[in-house]
Design a protein around this ligand. Structure first.
Ligand SMILES: [Zn+2]
Length: 122
């Protein structure tokens, strides 16, 4: 039984930490980005919620805003060889992206679940 009376922020935070947006106890993901079909704790159906490109968009936005000030501050007066800069920027970008992508997907699933607009699949 869906109970969407909680605040949107709570559903978003639960999604961010990879928990069911309804109860906050069950896991949201069965894999890196694959949501579980139903919450193991409360039975809420989550597998039919499609976040589409929203999480990728939010991840690019955040990673860009986190790394852009560093790049703008370092590149004009770069004291290091280019390969050193690349050896720092590329892993930082990949790491931030891989950390943030499932969290952003959880946030979007939380928003979609809380709004009740879960699509035509259900
Ligand atoms: Zn649950």
């Amino acid at each position: 039984m869906s109970d969407r009376s909680q605040p949107l922020s709570q559903a978003m935070i639960r999604g961010f930490v990879g928990r069911c947006p309804q109860c906050g106890r069950g896991k949201l993901f069965a894999g890196y980005l694959k949501p579980v079909g139903e919450c193991a704790a409360c039975g809420e159906g989550l597998g039919h919620i499609r976040a589409d490109d929203g999480p990728a968009w939010a991840t690019i936005l955040l990673v860009g805003h986190i790394l852009a000030p560093f790049l703008l501050g370092v590149l004009p007066n770069n004291p290091w060889p280019d390969w050193v800069l690349a050896a720092v920027i590329v892993p930082a970008t990949l790491t931030l992206t891989l950390i943030l992508l499932p969290r952003m997907k959880g946030v979007f699933i939380g928003i979609i679940w809380r709004s009740g607009c879960v699509g035509s699949e259900k």
